[in-house]
Design a protein around this ligand. Structure first.
Ligand code: PLP
Length: 397
């Protein structure tokens, strides 16, 4: 069986990470990989997480299976983090949430669920989108199509084209929307634009699949789910995937969730049972530790307060790096206006740098970014900002 198998080319971003690791240049800068880094260039364990882990170590009684849907205490905590305690979907029991291995696991279970419920449905994703969306849904056997999202001329949302394309999506298909901090562009719809998107998605009777991977990394925990809430106001059915990788810094614990929203509690329970069935066929049970950390933090008032402060420090640092970079670039060069970078949200920025400029930065300065011009703003710090700004000014000259 194995004799004639050909190797699949590795993921381009992983290859870039390997190249960065091997590069001996002391002042090298990594703007490629999608993890948060602090001002020292490290991806730290949040102190709130350390405290929660100490409590778990002390109190954990068993390593028994936690069941396909995961820790039962996690679901209501994640629901109210996303929607607020008083949300009508929670009161009316029209939302059910299962723990998953990261946001990716949630997306895969969502894909399997969609395939089980309607194998003819297609999933429409933004162009561009997080590249793994294509792999995950293809793995679940679902056809993926794209709708326009990015206007390269204006470095902005291609809003009119996006609406026109959504208008043509057949009813019953699935539309994937990023709740906030769009990966890779960093460009989110305004609230007015979300209003129009949510009206159109409901009018077309599309099933919204909202990928919520960066709550708290854009403008704040509540602000980053305003678009998501508008969608849920208008569409009676939806799927939401949550990742706790970024906002809790729990990348390698694989903790996320899939929420099902339905018009009636009974529909919700039925669909949820189908999701659990997909989980059983896939990995049976999720890992427990990440869920225990998130549950411990969200259910303890002091720990939760501490986590919110630590999350806001990450968010504020990213904002500051965006504005400092723009300020530096406008002082160094009048070749190009980079002010749009300051208005983008979350870790990522479509910087407008061309493939050749990205290559120049790597070859001459050991500055690593993705070919598309996507840069991870969290890779910038006070120590490398000056060198980076000089290098970009030179690359675009
Ligand atoms: N969705 C988007 C848009 C992402 O950018 C990511 C991670 O980069 C994920 C989902 C998956 O996150 P996780 O690491 O929790 O699987």
């Amino acid at each position: 069986m194995f004799e004639n198998v050909k190797a699949i080319p590795g993921d381009a971003l992983l290859a870039l990470m390997m190249e960065f690791k091997k590069d001996p240049t002391p002042a090298k800068i990594d703007l490629g990989v999608g993890v948060y880094k602090d001002d020292a260039g490290l991806t730290p364990i949040l102190p709130a997480v350390k405290k929660a882990e100490a409590l778990i170590l002390e109190n954990e009684q068993s390593k028994g299976y936690i069941g396909p849907a995961g820790a039962p205490e996690l679901a209501p905590l994640l629901q109210s983090l996303m929607l607020g305690d008083q949300h009508n979907l929670i009161r009316e029991k029209r939302i059910a949430t299962t723990q998953t291995p990261g946001g990716t696991g949630a997306l895969r279970v969502a894909g399997d669920l969609i395939n089980a419920l309607n194998p003819n449905a297609k999933i429409w994703v933004s162009d561009p989108t997080w590249s793994n969306h294509f792999h995950v849904f293809a793995g679940a056997g679902i056809e993926v199509r794209t709708y326009p999202y990015y206007d390269a001329q204006q470095n902005a949302l291609a809003f009119e084209n996006m609406l026109a394309a959504i208008h043509e999506i057949p009813s019953g298909d699935v539309i994937l929307l990023h709740a906030s901090c769009h990966n890779p562009t960093g460009i989110d719809p305004t609230l007015e634009q979300w209003q129009q998107i949510s009206d159109l998605v409901a009018e077309r009777a599309l099933l919204p699949l909202i990928d919520c991977a960066y709550q708290g990394f854009g403008d704040g925990l509540e602000e980053d789910v305003q678009g998501l809430k508008l969608i849920l106001e208008k569409s009676p059915e939806a799927l939401i995937t949550t990742s706790c990788s970024k906002n809790f810094g729990l990348y390698n614990e694989r903790i996320g969730a899939l929420s099902v929203v339905a018009a009636e509690p009974e529909h919700c329970n039925n669909v949820f049972s189908q999701a659990c069935n997909c989980i059983r066929a896939n990995y049976s049970n999720p890992p427990a530790h990440g869920a225990a950390i998130v549950t411990t933090i969200l259910s303890d008032q002091a720990l939760r307060q501490q986590w919110e402060t630590e999350l806001s420090e990450m968010r504020t640092r990213i904002h500051r790096m965006r504005t400092e970079l723009v300020k530096n670039l406008s002082a160094l060069s009048d070749e190009r206006d980079f002010s749009f970078i300051a208005a983008q949200k979350g870790m990522f920025s479509y910087s407008g740098l061309s493939r050749d400029e990205v290559k120049y930065l790597k070859d001459k300065y050991a500055i690593y970014a993705v070919d598309s011009g996507r840069i991870n703003i969290a890779g910038i710090n006070d120590g490398n900002l000056g060198r980076l700004s000089q290098a970009i000014a030179e690359a675009i000259d």
